[in-house]
Write a protein that binds this ligand. Sequence first.
Ligand code: AMP
Length: 190
Amino acid sequence: MKLILLGPPGAGKGTQAKRLEDKYGFVQLSTGDMLRAAVAAGTEVGKKAEAIMARGELVPNDVVVGIIAERIEQPDVAKGYILDGFPRNVAQAEALDEMLKGKGTELDAVVELKVDDSILLARIEGRAAETAGGARADDNAEALAKRLTVYHEQTAPLIAYYKGKGKLKTVDGMKDMDEVTRQIEAALGL
Ligand code: AMP
């Protein structure tokens, strides 16, 4: 199963991806996690990404496309994977399509977690307050608001992109976590 979880920051993509990983063995591939690891390790990629991430903007496409291209070649993803936070714009989606085509395969589905902005703003402000001075450099109100704007401008067009390819399944991300998991499983026939 090759899957994308699509949705705005704070929609619960990471939580749901982790659940699907635990239950079905599909590997969660979060470009955000990989970039944060690169920043922590002080690699070249990390140095390029750090300030951009702190502002809530997107890291250049070639960087994230390169990371994913390398990652999906690893043997541990043979059972399948869940892309969480990638692709973030149409150019990345096209690069992914090409990558998969080159391997003679394609995505199984794209699951959109749909959440209203008003709920997201409340969730992300809560997260900013919770982690003040803590784990993530981009969990401050300003960067979170920027990430939401970037989502609408650059990532939301992927909804139409994948709908056009007949891959899109939409789930109500405002329900409680267990119900969202059930809806995802139903949408995927799991
Ligand atoms: P996330 O953990 O998915 O919210 O990602 C955190 C940050 O990492 C984003 O705000 C971007 O700066 C960067 N990032 C993660 N995934 C991507 C991507 N696919 N393309 C560009 N930047 C990304």
